[in-house]
Design a protein. Structure first.
Length: 76
């Protein structure tokens, strides 16, 4: 899995796929948290806008996945 993505669509798809793996019990919460944290740091300008998850990324993730991402990043 890459840590830097060229565009928001690739970034959103990667984050969505990671969360889906977690929800299917194929990945632990700690491993997911670590990967999301690394991706958000490496793609900070595409991941955040005004201290919130960027709009197009939030739309692709959906409400439940977005809540999980926000929970993980607030804990860090």
């Amino acid at each position: 899995m890459r840590s830097v993505y060229r565009n928001p669509k690739e970034l959103a798809t990667a984050v969505k796929d990671l969360i889906d793996l977690y929800q299917d019990d194929l990945m632990t919460y700690e491993k997911l948290e670590d990967k999301i944290s690394k991706i958000s740091v490496a793609n900070e300008e595409r991941f955040f806008k005004n201290n919130k998850v960027e709009g197009s990324l939030a739309r692709v993730l959906g409400e439940q996945r977005l809540e999980l991402v926000n929970k993980m990043l607030i804990e860090k």
